[in-house]
Design a protein around this ligand. Structure first.
Ligand code: PMP
Length: 298
């Protein structure tokens, strides 16, 4: 993620990542009381562009607000700082990781002051060669009555690590995690869609992180006249569907092979999901959807 020359933004300065340090006596480290984002930039025809910077930084500010973490940067300031971090490190296709931590304090009261770090590292995607085999997790997503699940909070990811590792230990690539009522929620770090009879379904909001990629997929579908529905459904309904995918900033649109060893039945390339995957790729590298629709013969 970093080497001796890596520069990060850290609380007002651009500093060497290897020289930045955090205080050990803090709520962020001890209690997971920090909020963060995962953002990607792409080398587009018109230079380096951060995809959906506004949406990500609005969500970061909203996450801080929901967690009572004081945070005064504007979305425009955060975006400008992010471009600077990319430039200082000579990055174009990259992943940006802003994190808002609280100043030293070991109490269980809300944070008094926060500090911001923006880290970035190279990330070139390309499609994953293999489709993912996933399993239904025995872990549930955090209870929305116990956490602000719509906020991207560091502490929530302990649940993600447990679910992801369980799946890997059982020989799968990733986990499908349910909510406390047995409905499909999301993966450890991505949202999920399945396709059945020409329509795409995704879990309704409530027990998920409402992903920016999920919203983008819904927009793409509206543009391409692909019907969609946000609803609660159980894994039984998803098993054996025509196709399915994970979506998230890091994952982009990632084809799934099977759920609990039951394969998705359509040839991926013939699915609407594959069309969405291509449209998303077009969008992130700065091509507009109109061009893509023309290519498809819309
Ligand atoms: N759910 C979880 C738990 C995630 O960590 C992520 C990645 N941020 C997502 C969904 C997808 O969100 P986004 O599309 O905004 O990256």
């Amino acid at each position: 993620y970093y080497n001796n020359n890596t520069i990060i933004y850290f609380n007002g300065d651009f500093v060497k990542a290897s020289e930045a340090s955090v205080n050990l006596y803090g709520q962020s480290l001890h209690y997971g009381y920090a909020v963060f984002e995962g953002i990607k930039s792409y080398n587009t025809g018109g230079g380096t562009k951060i995809f959906k910077a506004r949406e990500h930084y609005d969500r970061l500010r909203r996450s801080a607000e929901l967690m009572h973490i004081p945070f005064n940067y504007t979305t425009d300031e955060l975006t400008a700082l992010s471009y600077e971090v990319l430039e200082l490190n000579g990055l174009s296709d990259a992943y940006l990781r802003p994190i808002v931590m609280c100043s030293p304090n070991m109490s269980l009261s809300k944070g008094k002051e926060s500090y911001l770090a923006i880290e970035a590292w190279e990330w070139s995607n390309g499609y994953m060669a293999n489709k993912m085999r996933i399993m239904t997790s025995t872990f549930e997503r955090p209870n929305p009555k116990a956490f602000k699940v719509e906020a991207k909070v560091s502490g929530h990811y302990v649940n993600s690590i447990l679910a992801c590792q369980e799946a890997k230990d059982a020989g799968y690539d990733e986990a499908l995690v349910l909510d406390g009522n047995g409905y499909v929620a999301e993966s450890s770090g991505a949202n999920v869609f399945y396709e059945k009879d020409g329509k795409l379904y995704t879990p309704a909001k409530g027990s998920i992180l409402p992903g920016i990629t999920r919203a983008t997929v819904l927009e793409i579908c509206a543009e391409l006249d692909i019907p969609t529905e946000e609803k609660l459904f159980k894994p039984e309904e998803m098993r054996g569907a025509d196709a399915a995918f994970f979506c998230g900033t890091a994952a982009e649109v990632l084809a799934l092979d099977s759920l609990d060893d039951v394969p998705f039945t359509k040839n991926w390339e013939d699915s609407l999901s594959a069309t969405v995957q291509k449209a998303y790729r077009n969008l992130v590298v700065g091509k507009n959807l109109e061009e893509f629709k023309l290519q498809l013969g819309y």
